[in-house]
Design a protein around this ligand. Structure first.
Ligand code: F1P
Length: 350
């Protein structure tokens, strides 16, 4: 029996359990985080990390700004000590939220050190491990203990830290109802994977599709980037992520019959997003759509419907499992080992 990719598959399939656990941790930490947010109120909240956790930061920052009504940005950690002036206006009061599965990535640690020293920033950490250099440098942590992984590529860790970050944004915005809504996600995630695993497998194993584009708007852009990274890391496939309407401005020249275009559809901008996807279908692409409900999408090649009845922002983690499975099956289909991507280590320590 082959064991290639065994860890990755198990980690993808068990992520709803990790979601339930991180939500419990967020609930336990409500008071401490409320105090942290009150004490660290300022001009700018920076979410930062590297690779997957940078992409998570993009989504988390846009949700935070929307829910909490405070300016927030998602930034690659290295930018914050190499080019801080391009991200942080002079004399700003900064709050930093570092995101890191391992808590040991050098760039993220250096960013924390710089923000603390140069801006006297208060630091919170979203991570999977306690007792790390990053946790030691923070005033507060939100830990996803079930986010631990054997695999290099982040799957369960990513979605559970995303969910934790959504919880924090709901807290900062005093949106108690949204925090409650998130509790429905673990069972919705299970149902989604049971229903669409065969689709992820057949699309993933279709090696005639040799390039893949992921399109997402607003907080879904970070998720589109993460799906792109998963496909690259696990399956060495040419893949890119764009904001939906940006795709017309050049990238669409790459579309042909061997192209898969994956749309992470929103509710708010659905009309504009669907128009882009239809255009790509007419240019020969195979189109996969992820959406809450599948009305008027009969023209698409494949549709994944969440049918969650959750508010739009609470649904974000549901975009991930099927796209992770797509990367997993493509990797196995190409004879690669999804557990051990080429050239990569689980942590970059400089
Ligand atoms: C971040 C990260 C991963 C990536 C790679 C190296 O680590 O960039 O996203 O898959 O294997 O590390 P972390 O700071 O979240 O632990």
């Amino acid at each position: 029996m082959t064991t290639q990719g065994m860890h990755t598959l198990r980690e993808i399939q068990t992520q709803p359990d990790a979601w339930a656990v991180v939500l419990g941790a967020a609930r336990e930490g409500v008071q401490a985080w409320e105090t942290f947010f009150a004490k660290s109120a300022g001009d700018l909240t920076l979410f930062f990390g590297c690779g997957s956790t940078h992409y998570l930061s993009l989504s988390a920052a846009s949700v935070f700004q929307t829910l909490a009504g405070q300016t927030a940005r998602g930034v690659p950690a290295a930018e914050l000590f190499l080019f801080p002036e391009t991200w942080i206006p002079a004399d700003s009061r900064i709050r930093g939220i570092a995101v890191s599965r391992s808590g040991t990535t050098t760039e993220t640690i250096r960013a924390v050190d710089h923000l603390t020293k140069a801006y006297n920033a208060q630091i919170g950490v979203v991570t999977c491990y306690d007792d790390t250099p990053l946790a030691d440098r923070s005033s507060i942590t939100l830990i996803s203990p079930e986010g631990h992984e054997e695999s290099v590529a982040q799957t369960r860790s990513f979605s559970s830290m995303l969910l934790g970050s959504l919880g924090l944004a709901a807290l900062a915005g005093k949106q108690a109802e949204l925090l409650e809504n998130l509790a429905a996600l673990p069972s919705l995630g299970e149902r989604l994977m049971a229903r669409y695993q065969p689709l992820a497998q057949s699309l993933g194993e279709d090696l005639d599709l040799c390039r893949v584009f992921f399109l997402g708007s607003g907080p879904r852009y970070g998720l589109a980037c993460e799906a792109m990274l998963k496909l690259k890391e696990m399956s060495l496939t040419t893949s890119e992520a764009y904001h939906f309407l940006e795709f017309r401005h050049g990238p669409k020249s790459m579309v042909d019959e061997q192209t898969l275009v994956v749309g992470l559809l929103s509710e708010k901008a659905q009309g504009a997003e669907v128009a882009v996807l239809r255009e790509m279908k007419d240019l020969g692409a195979t189109v996969l759509v992820l959406t809450e409900v599948g009305d008027n999408l009969g023209w698409a090649d494949h549709v994944v419907c969440f049918e969650s009845d959750l508010p739009e922002l609470a649904r974000l983690p549901l975009y991930l499992p099927i796209l992770q499975l797509l990367a997993y099956y493509r990797s196995v289909g190409k004879g690669l080992d999804p557990d051990a991507p080429r050239h990569l280590d689980a942590v970059v320590q400089l």
